[in-house]
Ligand binder design. Structure first.
Ligand code: BG6
Length: 451
């Protein structure tokens, strides 16, 4: 690993759900793997001190570098003192990293507070959690506030799906091989689906979810970013500017989303959950059809689906190919598919038709499967770990840029203004029936197509 400057890491939302599940374990794992700087301090911050301290399960030698300081949008003075003290302890070459794991409505005031408290000066970087704003206007306002205090190269808008090994495998498959890219277009591909059903419900996040909903939580963020990786042209190189230029160009060609091509759902019982408005119209499910209006993709449907309390928890990207024109074989009529499983342990399958063994000429579907970690005998980093590490190195490759995020909100404007009424669906189902018909004629791959 290249030499990393000593870091003061300030974690806002230090006692929140994301910090507990991903950020603290991620930091510990990086420390244990020798991927944190030799010298660092972590200052957890939030409005209320945690009961029983932070990083309780960390080894003593690491935990003694962790402190907690109360801060709020109105008062960053104690935090400023603590950051100053930590910087002095680490010396002039140190950097400060602010990780903003705060709800969307708190983001702008907190960024403003950093500026007012003088914390944005010096060798500073800031990580901003998604969703980035609520719509185009609020995203622009947040970008403007960020840019008042930080240069764009200090800002890291995180979308942890891009940190998943398997998401980067989409790029590797496309651009490191001669086999796939020549057929990666509308002449050969009939449709793409990005399907992220979750069995999870609200998991105690009712207030976040009520203000966010499935579209803002997942679609304009994770699913759209994956769409960017699938749809983009080959970047000139794998540096952050080239990659993000290429992704932004794909988003520029994204056709604005429409209520007609979108199904919203809400799982039965959602309104009875603690913290949820009994008349809530928040969608817990979205399925939609998107199009990228350029020569590569014209008229190819990109089907996106995600939701809570569904039948299975999966993250599947499926690229469905057109069938050969001459159909000379008997047997199964299934198109070829490339299937990416965006699990931490990435898996890839290419589904083909092969001759059924025996005295027949019929064909049947079978899969060429690849378990990447097993094949290469290596383990990757968890998405947040990878991205935290990238921030320490100052690498923007897997972070989203202001223009990309604003363009995605722009494409969402019509839908946000006229959202479809959420249709009720049973917990443990695949969402409203209307979402099934939306995907015709290709149809959702999940539940797994029978072979
Ligand atoms: C988060 C969303 O960004 O992503 C959650 O806020 C969702 O609602 C989660 O459950 C899914 O991430 P992963 O990595 O577990 O698939």
């Amino acid at each position: 690993m290249p030499d990393v400057d000593p870091h003061v890491i300030v974690l806002f939302g230090a006692t929140g759900d994301l910090a507990r599940r991903k950020l603290w374990p991620g930091l510990l794992h990086l420390a244990e793997a020798g991927l944190l700087p030799d010298d660092f301090r972590i200052i957890g911050s939030g409005r209320h001190a945690p009961e029983g301290g932070l990083a309780q399960d960390w080894p003593d030698a690491l935990r003694e570098r962790v402190t907690f300081v109360v801060s709020s949008a109105d008062d960053g003075s104690a935090l400023a003192d603590a950051v100053q003290a930590a910087r002095s302890a680490l010396g002039d070459a140190s950097r400060t990293l602010f990780y903003m794991s705060v709800p969307p409505s708190a983001m702008e005031p907190m960024v403003q507070m950093l500026g007012d408290a003088g914390l944005a000066n010096g060798r500073v970087r800031i990580v901003v959690e998604k969703p980035f704003g609520r719509d185009l206007a609020t995203a622009q306002a947040l970008n403007a506030t960020l840019h008042e205090h930080f240069d764009e190269d200090q800002v890291f808008r995180i979308d942890h799906f891009l940190g998943k090994e398997a998401a980067q495998d989409i790029l590797a498959l496309r651009f490191a091989n001669g086999l796939f890219e020549p057929v990666w277009d509308r002449h050969h591909i009939a449709g793409v689906q990005i399907d992220i059903p979750e069995t999870l419900g609200l998991e105690g996040r009712a207030s976040f979810y009520e203000e966010t909903g499935a579209f803002r939580d997942m679609v304009v963020t994770h699913l759209s970013q994956i769409l960017g990786f699938v749809a983009m042209e080959a970047p000139a190189s794998l540096d952050a500017q080239h990659l993000r230029d290429a992704k932004a160009a794909a988003f520029a060609d994204l056709r604005p989303l429409t209520p007609q091509d979108t199904v919203y759902g809400q799982f039965a019982g959602y309104r009875d959950q603690e913290g949820v408005d009994p008349e809530s119209a928040t969608e817990t499910f979205v399925a939609l059809r998107a199009f990228v209006d350029n020569d590569r993709w014209r008229d190819v449907p990109f089907l996106l689906r995600t939701g809570k309390a569904l039948a299975e928890g999966r993250r599947v990207v499926t690229v469905t190919f057109r069938e050969p024109e001459a159909d000379i074989f008997d047997g199964e009529h299934r198109p070829n598919e490339i299937v990416f499983e965006l699990t931490e342990d990435p898996k890839l399958a290419v589904e083909v038709r092969v001759k059924e063994p025996g005295p027949t000429s019929a064909v049947r579907r079978a899969a060429l499967t690849l378990d990447v970690e097993r094949a290469l005998n290596e383990h990757g980093l968890e998405a947040y770990e990878r991205l935290l590490h990238d921030v320490l190195l100052g690498d923007h490759l897997l972070f989203t840029r202001a223009d990309e995020v604003e363009r995605l909100w722009e494409c969402a404007a019509q839908l946000l203004e006229h959202p479809p009424e959420p249709l009720a669906y049973d917990q443990g189902s695949w969402g409203p029936d209307a979402a099934i018909t939306l995907a015709e004629p290709i149809g959702w791959r999940l539940p797994e197509r029978e072979s």
